[in-house]
Design a protein around this ligand. Structure first.
Ligand code: PLV
Length: 322
């Protein structure tokens, strides 16, 4: 990739997480990207390929894809329209507007907002920026794994990779990156919250399924249907993808513990992955023989997220206590 919008993010060793897991834990700090999440990698790459001559981009988002699209569009001098569902907190709308985007609130969940984005692309001739389902996004996201390989140096390979799954774009990008690096045999733990678990539902059903509704507060994991590519990967024997779910309470608790111990605030979409460490799930998977003993470090993708501040954290805590 020539010029790009994303940064080479730090790879930090977490002493407290390593203690919990019983193996070295490395954190890929995607929260420190411009726009606050890994999304900038894929969306930056996609926009460079598809939007240089564009009269405007339109992106449907739970928040973070929109933040990335708005940032990239501003840098490219192209107008951005971001469609978010009513479930996205007000602070997301504000942050998108601060990025210079036009924001429209349409429908209750991301799928509704996406229908409107597709309609606008068609009727207004805008360039459609999908949040998770496009090969250019996966190619862009894959750079995070090649960066990890460069940071770890020759001879060091992760024992497993921990990611969150919304629509599956991050998962597809990580797999693409593992393939690019010659690490296809590294198991992946794919985390979702109960009520935003379209990948887990597809894996269980043996086919892509559409959830009736999104009931989780991890709204940025809230796609009702996982992208086909992510499901296909789960069916292929050359990859080990372990799909697991945590409760909203566990994801939120993970956000708080991460803030306390690592001094970084992320949103619940990211907390879902972190919860695999804090709830002891990783150890449990090893004890059950579902995850091999970690022969290398555990790589945690800290996907980040801008849909959080101290007020939103307090709101979520209150909501999930009752
Ligand atoms: N969020 C998408 C989809 O929302 C969005 O529009 O921003 N972690 C964070 C912080 C995220 O924002 C997302 C996706 C994910 C993880 C999951 O990534 P995915 O969708 O590529 O699996 C509905």
């Amino acid at each position: 990739m020539a010029e790009h919008f994303h940064l080479n993010t730090p790879l930090l060793e977490s002493v407290s997480m390593s203690k919990r897991v019983g193996a070295t834990v490395y954190l890929k700090m995607e929260n420190s990207q411009p726009s606050g999440s890994f999304k900038i990698r894929g969306i930056g790459h996609l926009c460079q390929q598809l939007a240089t001559q564009s009269k405007g981009v339109v992106c449907s988002s739970g928040g973070n894809a929109g933040m990335a699209a708005a940032y990239v569009a501003r840098k490219m001098g192209v107008p951005a329209t971001i469609i978010v569902p009513s479930s996205s907190p007000q602070l997301v709308v504000q942050r998108l507007q601060d990025e210079g985007a036009t924001v429209k609130i349409v429908g209750k969940v991301w799928d509704d907002a996406n229908a409107e984005a597709l309609r606008l692309a068609e009727t207004e001739g805008l360039t459609y920026v999908p949040p998770f389902d496009h090969p250019l996004l996966w190619q862009g996201h894959a750079t995070m794994i090649t960066e990890v390989a460069a940071s770890l140096g020759p001879g060091v390979k992760p024992g497993a990779v921990l990611v969150s799954v919304g629509g599956g774009g991050l998962l597809c990008g990580v797999i693409q990156g593992l393939k690019d690096t010659g690490w296809s045999d590294v198991p992946i733990i794919a985390m979702e919250t109960v009520g935003a678990d379209c990948f887990n539902a597809a894996v269980k059903a043996g086919k892509v399924v559409t959830l009736d509704d999104i009931t989780s507060e991890a709204k940025c994991l809230g796609a009702k249907t996982v992208c086909t590519k992510a499901f296909e990967y789960s069916q292929r024997s050359e990859f080990t993808i372990i799909s697991e779910i945590v409760t909203d309470q566990e994801a939120l608790q993970a956000v708080e513990t991460f803030l306390d111990e690592e001094r970084v605030l992320v949103e619940m979409a990211c907390g879902a992955a972190l919860a695999a460490v804090y709830t002891g799930l990783i150890r449990r998977l090893q004890e059950e023989g579902r995850l091999p003993p970690l022969l290398g470090p555990l790589l945690v993708i800290v996907c980040g997220g801008s849909s959080v501040d101290m007020k939103q954290l307090a709101t979520l805590k209150h909501k999930l206590q009752t």
